[in-house]
Design a protein. Structure first.
Lengths: 286, 311
């Protein structure tokens, strides 16, 4: 009895490892075949990830011999991985060839502007405040305005939520909204979150919170406030009336070549810019 | 005549087979020893590579920042080249302390109940439940903490945010409770039954038996349980980062958003340039975390040895 179960285990172990080995060999084989015709590795911004993923999916169809690996961690990982040679294309929410937001300029990289990204200042959906001026947002984040009553809301203390230092969204927020004013990063009404999704959760779960996020993330328990009376819509960001937007960049080491160049050309093509890119709530740059 | 003469060929065959048998045996024996040795060498190489890499990168921070500032300044502001980690170091120790303060008594009482009072069916059931709880991933605890606990703390204390040391300590207590309880339970069950009977024979009550016989006898096991719980609380990252607020400021009043070593490292590590002082400072914090947990474990191990020899 015992022996038979042991045998069963041994056999199943052998069988499963054979299967695994087979699978590993199969993928290995595929990778080998693809390497011949070029491999694109994309790393960096999570804000641009939906865009690069969609582009990769479509690009693979027209260029079946090119292998594309897409991943996202943070904007700064884009220029870093390209500089180190870990990735062939880096995605970043700012032009990393210039010194921005406390980060150094990455020399030897070439930046391709691929999309305009609209951002939104968000509050809880139960908050009666629906419009803020840039000065008011600056005052809130500087700690000068502390109560929603001062802005026509309820008599409640404002809870200020910020992204961690180095977030691409925060870099754009500091650039476009704070405009030289420093965010007060202390106090019992202040907290920082890691990712865009955490920001949404934090604001949705606290009725007195204010935060900022990509426009594409606005849904559910949060709402985007108008800035200077202009509604946060892609149309308003496209026309430039709405001021809280940034640009997404792809970076390569030197001029893009081969498969990388074909991929960037595809993203910049009229077809992609006016098709999938628009559908994902980004704004075409061409 | 022929029959009596020894069959040399057969003897040689037997001898060779015999020898071959032992050679193979020795060989497999040696091979096994080699694999054991290789495993331990592999482990040592990996561990020392980690320590080496972390300390090599971490110590670079002292090229730009004085040790005094790093350990004793509470101002973490990489934009203005201020790299004081005192808030995170104190925060880690403080969270661990508050967690143990909450989790230890509850765990020990639960273990006493399971080991001494619960009827066998309930005992079995509770043990299975606790074993299941140990296996729950920390992100689940963190998520429950962020969505249920934090709003509740906000309502109860009137804090505007609700994130902070208290939320982190409660979540961590929940996480380490099953670990401490199960190991304490095992330690209590290892106490010989005669000791319990001796207490009753002397006219002792059940409470006296638990307080004066059982717990002192099991104290080294309980210490081990607490170490393991502490090690988990100290190194926990995901659950903490979701409820602590992640602000580089003191959180002594328990409800001000604060930060600890683990949560701060995970918040920042993806967002710093690899060759920046900020990155070196984060590695130094990781090294410190390693050092704190090793020294705490050593401390309690020594405590345990002392306890073991006296009992």
């Amino acid at each position: 009895m015992k022996r038979s179960t042991l045998w069963k285990r041994v056999i199943s172990a052998v069988l499963s490892s054979t299967l695994l080995l087979g699978a590993a060999l199969a993928t290995e084989h595929r990778a080998d075949a693809a390497e011949v015709s070029g491999k694109i590795v994309i790393a960096g911004s999570t804000a641009l990830l939906p865009l690069t993923q969609q582009a990769a999916k479509e690009f693979k169809k027209s260029h079946p011999k090119v292998k594309i690996v897409v991943s996202g961690s943070s904007s700064i990982a884009g220029p870093q991985s390209v500089t180190k040679g870990v990735a062939t294309i880096g995605a970043c929410d700012w032009d990393a060839t210039k010194a921005v937001g406390g980060f150094p300029a990455y020399k030897g990289l070439k930046a391709y502007k691929i999309a305009k990204i609209p951002f939104a200042v968000i509050v809880n959906k139960d908050n009666p405040v629906s419009n803020l001026s840039v000065e008011q947002i600056q005052d809130i984040y500087e700690g000068k305005i502390k109560n929603w009553k001062q802005l026509g809301g309820k008599n409640e203390e404002i809870v200020v939520i910020n992204r961690a230092k180095g977030s691409g969204t925060r870099v754009n927020f500091e650039d476009k909204i704070m405009d030289g004013h420093t965010i007060k990063t202390t106090g019992d009404n202040y907290k920082e979150v890691q990712k865009s999704g955490d920001m949404v959760n934090a604001v949705a779960s606290n009725p007195n919170a204010i935060g900022f996020v990509d426009l594409a993330y606005v849904k559910g328990g949060i709402k985007a406030v108008s800035i200077n009376g202009v509604k946060a819509t892609t149309a308003n960001a496209q026309s430039g009336k709405y001021i809280f937007y940034g640009y997404g960049y792809l970076l390569t080491k030197g001029e893009a070549k081969g498969a990388d160049k074909a991929f960037i050309d595809y993203i910049l093509s009229k077809k992609f810019q006016n098709g999938s890119l628009k559908k994902l709530k980004f704004i075409p740059v061409k | 005549m022929e029959k009596l003469s020894p069959d040399w060929t057969e003897a040689t065959r037997l001898w060779t087979a015999h020898r071959q048998h032992w050679i193979t045996k020795y060989r497999s024996d040696r091979l096994f020893r080699f694999f054991c040795l290789a495993s331990i060498v592999f482990l040592i190489v990996v561990l020392s590579a980690i320590v080496l890499f972390v300390s090599k990168t971490g110590l670079l921070v002292f090229r730009d920042v004085s040790p005094w500032e790093f350990f004793f300044s509470s101002r973490w502001d990489p934009e203005h080249h201020r790299y004081g980690a005192a808030v995170f170091i104190t925060g880690t120790l403080y969270v661990t302390f508050v967690t143990l303060l909450m989790a230890t008594p509850i765990s020990i009482l639960t273990a006493v109940f399971i080991a001494e009072m619960a009827p066998p069916r309930l005992q079995q059931w509770l043990r299975t439940l606790l074993d299941l709880l140990v296996g729950i991933p920390s992100i689940v605890y963190g998520y429950l903490g962020a969505t249920l606990l934090v709003p509740w703390i906000r309502k109860l204390t009137g804090a505007p945010v609700g994130d902070g040391i208290l939320a982190a300590a409660i979540v961590l207590s929940m996480m380490i409770l099953p670990t401490i309880t199960r190991i304490t339970d095992d330690a209590l069950c290892a106490v010989p039954n005669e000791w319990r009977e001796a207490n009753y024979a002397l006219g002792g009550t059940k409470i006296e038996m638990i307080a004066k016989v059982l717990l002192p006898a099991a104290k080294s096991g309980i210490a081990a349980a607490v170490i393991l719980g502490m090690a988990r609380a100290l190194g926990e990252t995901m659950a903490v980062v979701m409820v602590i607020g992640n602000v580089a400021q003191w959180g002594f009043d328990l409800i001000t958003p604060s930060s600890v070593l683990t949560s701060h490292i995970v918040m920042q590590i993806l967002n710093v340039d690899f060759h920046s002082t900020a990155n070196h400072a984060l590695y130094m914090m990781a090294l410190l975390l390693l050092f704190i947990s090793i020294s705490l474990i050593m401390m309690i191990r020594r405590l345990r040895l002392k306890g073991g020899s006296s009992s």
